[in-house]
Design a protein around this ligand. Structure first.
Ligand SMILES: [Zn+2]
Length: 187
């Protein structure tokens, strides 16, 4: 299977900072997604790390275009969450409401993330209307697509510590789960 691993945001506007200021959304995933790619390649998959700038823009539409350009069978965009209060915690996965395969992948990857992070399971979030978070990304991707929000790393110190400390295990678990998804859907 061919998987697009999309780094959220872009180099000139990198999204939220982790609560300790050590990473941005962009820099965190630019740093760690090569490990996920390596695990996926070990399973025999093709994994491309992409960013919206490769498609020539800075909005989520261009992130979709970057995933489409590599003809991915599954696209996953990586972020982390922020809230108004430091108490907000947990893990969530977004998918396009009309995508049956997207829902299967979302269920599997949400379970993989909560299994490693052991933060609150906030469940799956569907995207279907222009007001929904990530609408343009999901609307324009031509393959099953997910957006992962593993933790409130921007505003909850405990969430960030957990994400930071489990990152290698998380990358291994995501790869194993993507591999299992590929066997489930047979591509
Ligand atoms: Zn983000």
């Amino acid at each position: 299977m061919n998987i697009a691993l999309s780094i959220g945001h872009h180099p000139r506007s990198q999204g939220c900072d982790t609560i300790d200021g050590s990473f941005t959304e962009y820099s965190l995933w630019a740093t760690h997604l090569p490990l996920l790619r390596q695990h996926l390649e070990a399973y025999g998959h093709t994994a491309r790390i992409v960013n919206r700038t490769q498609a020539g823009g800075s909005t989520p539409s261009f992130a979709a275009a970057a995933c489409n350009a590599v003809h991915a069978d599954l696209a996953i965009e990586f972020h982390f969450n922020a809230a108004d209060t430091p108490e907000a915690t947990g893990t969530e996965t977004l998918y396009w409401r009309g995508s049956a395969l997207g829902k299967i992948a979302a269920e599997m990857l949400q379970q993989a993330m909560t299994g490693i992070l052991k933060l609150r399971d906030r469940g799956l979030k569907t995207v279907s209307s222009p007001n929904d978070r990530g609408y343009e990304y999901f609307h324009k991707t031509r393959m099953p697509a997910l957006m992962l929000e593993p933790a409130f790393a921007a505003t909850n110190a405990g969430d960030w510590a957990r994400l930071r400390d489990t990152m290698p295990a998380l990358m291994a678990a995501l790869a194993a789960t993507i591999h299992r998804y590929s066997e489930t859907v047979n591509n």
